[in-house]
Design a protein around this ligand. Structure first.
Ligand code: ATP
Length: 775
């Protein structure tokens, strides 16, 4: 693009550098955006056009021309210089020069329009791009926010989980430590118990040994005792045998005594035997005592064995208890170990989960940072787009300012009346036919300005106006075009907007619309809303406004006050006479007319509602709800700037004229006929006045021929800004009426009838032109 800029000094609006944009219109020539509009058309530099001899002829400049700011300034200055040289002799020459100047200015305006269209397109494009980016960005942002929220939730869940798990882990760890401590203590107790058990076992073993020894000793003692008993019994039996033998001996002794002599010898032997037996008896007694001793020892040993057995039993019981305790401890330890291991497993699982969640978090962080990067990039793009948009808007504003300046200049040169044409859509009951009556040439020159009417004979009539609205144009589209004009009433201009056209062509729709449906509101409610909005916003600059509204209708050449209570009460029969007067300042007064102070658009809409109910409306062959009178809404605006002491007096007249109608077609009779004749008369008076003012330069202007023209005298002949809407019906049967309306409008368009002037007073030294008006 840079090389293109170097090689070709003509830049498109989107190629202008920021410095150029800040300067408003760059030194380089700018071409409008939008291929369709500029495609295939050769541009001619302005200097070439300026030097062209054919511009001094009457031919129109239809070729696209490019301008620089300097050229535009020169053009504007040139106009001023030419105005100075306005001598009588050079009048005709000056007129020609003026015409050429106007054409060049028109060319300049067209060039600006093209640039403006380009800027507007670019702006719209940028706006839509910006909106798309913003939407995308918002979506991403919301998505990211949602994601972040989700992640935050997950994170907080995880954190909570983690903290609870960590708490659990800590608790489990402390439990575990406690259990381990307990286990250690139990272990110690167990080892001690085991030690005691071992000791006791050893003791038991010893006692068992001792017991077995004692048992052995006891068995031995028993055996010995048995032996001794056997021996004793043997000795007893021996003793008994001895005793028997003794008995036998004694018997023998007796026998021997008897045979003493014989037996004395024998006695001696027996005595020896007896002494030996006595020794053996003593021995036996001794042995018996020994046996007794052994028996006592045995009893002692048996007692010891018994004690030891009891001890063993006690030990065994104690060992059993220790064993049971040990078993219990083992079971508990096993349970603790099991819990520990399950907790370990759980901790392991949780650690795994934590790790996974951390990984997730990491990934989420990564994706969040990626999204953030994308978001930042998009923000940068948006910033760039916004910068570009701001530049473009600046350019548009600058272009708009210059366009309006040029427009005002043209208006000054051309006169104060402008004409807009609006074609309404076909109504459901209208016969379309096959031929289109109205068409709109689409060449760049003609687009939005030309209208072509085709008659059934095949003849075509082309008309050019300041603006042409086709059937598709919405109420808003129409208002956008007049909003600046309405605004200028706040700047101290007299503004008059009226709708002219055949009955049923859409005048009331254009002016009033359907106030209850926001999209279908007409120019009157929209204008008043804007006036109040702007007056509020101008408060910041020190402006204070007071406003007064009046609404009247002219019916059968009689003025009727639509806000009068008397009229409301007595109906249309009120016969009050209203007279129109103009003062030296060009202000119009209608005697006895109700004038209401208004402070808000709402107040005005209720007044409009009241007026609409009082208005004379009837059914005609052409329109179900035909306005049979001229409806005139007037808003007087007085503004004072507390900072600059500047004062302005503006007037806004919004007029819905009664529809023109051919008597032959309307079939009107009686009162309707009278009404129609009055309407047609006042409309023809209006055209007489306009043509007298513009075309013929007659000295006498027939303002007084009708109430309508007399009421509008300051707007038509004086220094106001006037806009006429010519409303057209696309119906085939209305072609000739449409042609009449268009011809009338074309003649009005060609008129020069004054220069708009602001009504301002200022006591301060500040410039009275501190606020420009571009209507
Ligand atoms: N631009 C439009 N879009 C849709 N409908 C329209 C448009 N203009 C007019 N109409 C409809 O056409 C019909 C006649 O319109 P309107 O009453 O405004 O005509 P008029 O010129 O004021 O007639 P009259 O002079 O008899 O009062 C109405 O039904 C109106 O709603």
């Amino acid at each position: 693009m840079a090389s293109r800029n170097q090689s070709n000094k003509k830049l498109g609006p989107d190629e202008a550098t920021p410095n150029m944009r800040r300067r408003g219109i760059g030194a380089e020539k700018m071409e409008p955006q939008g291929g369709a509009a500029s495609a295939g058309r050769a541009r001619t530099p302005f200097s070439v056009v300026t030097n062209r001899s054919d511009l001094n002829t009457t031919s129109d400049v239809t070729e696209a021309v490019d301008f620089t700011k300097e050229e535009v300034e020169t053009l504007l200055n040139e106009k001023k210089e030419k105005k100075k040289g306005n001598t009588y002799d050079n009048n005709k020459k000056n007129m020609d020069q003026m015409t050429v100047l106007i054409k060049r200015l028109k060319a300049c305006v067209r060039w600006y329009k093209r640039i403006e269209e380009g800027h507007v397109q670019e702006k719209e494009k940028l706006q839509s791009e910006l909106e798309a980016s913003e939407k995308k960005c918002n979506d991403t942002e919301t998505e990211m926010k949602n994601k972040i929220d989700e992640l935050k939730e997950t994170l907080s869940d995880l954190r909570m989980k983690n903290s609870s798990l960590e708490e659990r882990i800590v608790k489990e760890e402390s439990d575990k430590l406690e259990a381990i401590n307990c286990y250690g203590k139990e272990k110690e107790v167990r080892t001690e118990a085991e030690k005691v058990r071992d000791e006791k076992s050893a003791e038991l073993e010893k006692v068992r040994d001792e017991k077995s020894v004692a048992e052995k000793q006891a068995t031995f003692s028993q055996e010995y005792n048995m032996n001794l008993l056997q021996y004793n019994s043997r000795l007893q039996s021996q003793l008994e045998t001895c005793n028997e033998a003794l008995k036998r001996v004694e018997t023998e002794k007796t026998t021997i005594v008897e045979s003493l002599s014989n037996v004395r010898c024998h006695y001696k032997a027996v005595q020896d035997q007896l002494s030996s037996l006595k020794v053996s008896h003593n021995e036996l007694i001794k042995q018996n005592e020994d046996l007794k001793k052994i028996k006592d020892h045995r009893d002692h040993l048996l007692g010891q064995v018994h004690e030891l057995t009891e001890k063993v039993v006690c030990h065994e019981e104690y060992t059993g208890k220790i064993c049971t305790h040990l078993d219990k401890l083992t079971i508990k330890t096993n349970a603790i170990e099991e819990t520990c291991s399950s907790q370990k497993d759980q901790i392991h699982i949780l650690q795994k989960q934590l790790f996974a969640e951390k990984e997730k978090l990491k990934n989420a962080d990564l994706s969040a940072s990626e999204t953030r990067i994308v978001f930042e990039e998009q923000n940068k793009i948006i910033q760039k787009l916004q910068d570009r948009l701001a530049d473009k808007e600046f350019q548009v504003v600058e272009g708009e300012k210059l366009r309006k300046k040029l427009h005002n200049t043209i208006l000054e040169l051309k006169g104060n009346i402008r004409v807009f044409c609006r074609v309404r859509p076909l109504l459901p009951d209208e016969n379309t036919g096959t031929d289109t009556v109205v068409s709109f040439p689409t060449s760049t020159e003609a687009l939005g300005r030309d209208i072509e009417l085709s008659q059934s004979a095949g003849q075509k009539y082309n008309f050019t106006f300041d603006k042409v609205f086709d059937q598709e144009a919405s109420q808003r589209d129409v208002f956008v075009e007049i909003s600046q004009l309405v605004q200028s009433a706040l700047d101290g201009y007299k503004v008059c907007i009226f709708a002219y056209g055949q009955t049923g062509s859409g005048k009331t729709y254009t002016m009033m619309g359907r106030p209850d449906a926001p999209d279908l509101k007409g120019l009157i409610p929209r204008s008043l809303e804007q006036i109040f909005q702007t007056s509020q916003s101008l408060k910041d600059q020190g402006w204070k406004y007071t406003m007064q509204a009046s609404i009247l209708e002219i019916y059968n050449e009689t003025i009727r006050d639509l806000l009068s209570y008397a009229r409301k009460e007595n109906g249309a029969s009120s016969s009050k006479q209203y007279t129109i007067k103009h003062d030296a300042n060009g202000n119009t007064h209608v005697s006895d007319l109700t004038i209401k102070d208004v402070c808000s658009a709402d107040e005005i809409s209720s007044l409009l509602q009241q007026a609409a109910q009082s208005r004379s409306v009837g059914r005609t062959q052409m329109n179900e709800q035909s306005s049979r009178s001229h409806f005139v809404f007037t808003l007087r605006i007085s503004g004072k700037n507390e900072n600059t002491e500047q004062q302005v007096q503006g007037v806004l007249n919004l007029i819905d004229l009664a529809g023109s109608e051919r008597l032959s077609r309307s079939g009107a009779m009686g009162d309707r006929l009278k009404e129609t004749q009055a309407i047609n008369k006042s409309l023809s008076s209006l055209s007489d006045v306009i043509f007298a003012l513009g075309g013929k330069k007659e000295e006498h202007i027939p303002f007084r021929n009708s109430k309508l023209t007399y009421l509008l005298q300051p707007c038509l002949g004086g220094d106001s800004k006037t806009l006429m809407f010519v409303n057209i019906s696309p119906d085939q049967s209305s072609t000739s009426e449409s042609l009449c309306s268009l011809r009338f409008a074309a003649r009005v368009n060609a008129c020069e009838i004054g220069i708009p002037r602001r009504q301002t007073h200022t006591s301060s030294t500040r410039s009275s032109e501190s606020r420009l008006s571009y209507g």
